[in-house]
Write a protein that binds this ligand. Structure first.
Ligand code: PHE
Length: 328
């Protein structure tokens, strides 16, 4: 084939090549070591000297023409590919980001947080105790020895190792007294467990917030004032409360606090002056110190605050219920 024919064929093939891989094959076919042009260049040496210069120039021109066509087509194909990329792979940086869906705080958590904040503001520290307790902290140290009939008041989940799921937050009183000594102002929020049958007002798992104040000359007046202040802040200003005599082995005297809701008195929490035996079990001298303690039911408070008529909603996991409460 003569040079012109080779060049024409090559240029036509290059022009119609559709992608860079095909183009690379053409480069090998027309310029590679086994190509006709390479063969022609190699054969120049055998030509008579007079023809060599002319033939050499012609072959080189053909070679350069093919090279230039290859490079030009390569640039074209690249540019086209990049334009294509811009069509398919683009990002609109002005689009607003998709917001993560926000969850809702559980009503028990909301009430617990508010209680902690309120007590914190009144100078109480917030302390937590273990859910799994021993008999000593849950009962004995609280003036409830094994033989005491009051043990039956707390239907207990006993564990096989002799420990138990705490039936109230009162055992944290003992832990806090031993840890911090007197004087002391602290609240202990957390879950408690009772082996009870469940109905609209009773759950086997519920939240309590225990309060303990130990100082000199602490009286029931301090106790009533503190509870009124907290309930006023949590529910509504001037909420009506009533204090009745009650009985707990770990307080003497003991009281029950009732609260007025829709014209009815509802039992809200137990409380009293810390029993000297309990102070002693906590390593505090009852001749020098007095104190009060109370145990607020968090679920009860949440029911009153949000008008919830059945305690079982709290652990229902029902989204329609949970979504009615504010986000975090
Ligand atoms: N621990 C008692 C209960 O769970 C409540 C309480 C706490 C009573 C502190 C008096 C003082 O019923």
């Amino acid at each position: 084939m003569d040079l012109q024919a080779i060049q024409d064929e090559a240029l036509a093939a290059i022009k119609s090549s559709g992608d860079e891989a095909a183009l690379q094959e053409l480069r090998v076919r027309y310029l590679g070591r086994k190509s006709e042009l390479a063969g022609a260049l190699r054969g120049l040496g055998k030509l008579p000297a007079a023809e060599r210069a002319v033939a050499g120039q012609a072959t080189n021109r053909a070679k350069q023409a093919v090279e230039a066509a290859l490079d030009a087509r390569r640039d074209e194909l690249r540019a086209a590919r990049e334009v294509g990329l811009a069509d398919h792979e683009w990002l609109d940086l002005t689009l607003p980001a998709r917001r993560p869906r926000r969850g809702h705080l559980h009503p028990i958590t909301l009430v617990e947080n508010d209680l902690e904040k309120l007590f914190w503001g009144m100078g109480y520290r917030v302390v937590e105790g273990p859910w799994i307790e021993d008999e000593f902290h849950n009962f004995d140290a609280l003036n409830i020895p094994a033989s005491h009939p009051a043990r039956d008041d707390w239907d207990t989940f006993w564990l096989s190792d002799g420990n138990l799921l705490r039936t109230h937050t009162s055992p944290v009183q003992i832990r806090a007294m031993r840890r911090f000594g007197a004087p002391l102002k602290a609240v202990f929020p957390g879950r408690v467990f009772r082996n009870e049958s469940v109905d609209a007002t009773h759950e086997a798992v519920f939240g309590q917030l225990e309060g303990l104040v130990i100082g000199r000359d602490i009286t029931p007046g301090h106790l009533f004032h503190s509870i009124n202040a907290i309930l006023g802040a949590l529910l509504e200003e001037g909420v009506r409360t009533r204090y009745r005599p009650g009985f707990f082995p770990f307080t003497e005297p003991s009281f029950e606090c009732d609260i007025m809701r829709d014209g009815r008195w509802l039992e809200l929490c137990g409380m009293g002056m810390v029993h000297p035996h309990v102070l002693r079990a906590g390593g505090i001298d009852p001749d020098e110190w007095t104190g009060f303690a109370f145990g607020l039911g968090i679920d009860r408070l949440a029911m009153m605050r949000y008008g919830i008529d059945d305690i079982r909603w709290f652990h229902s996991g029902d989204q329609r219920f949970l979504e009615q409460f504010p986000c975090a």
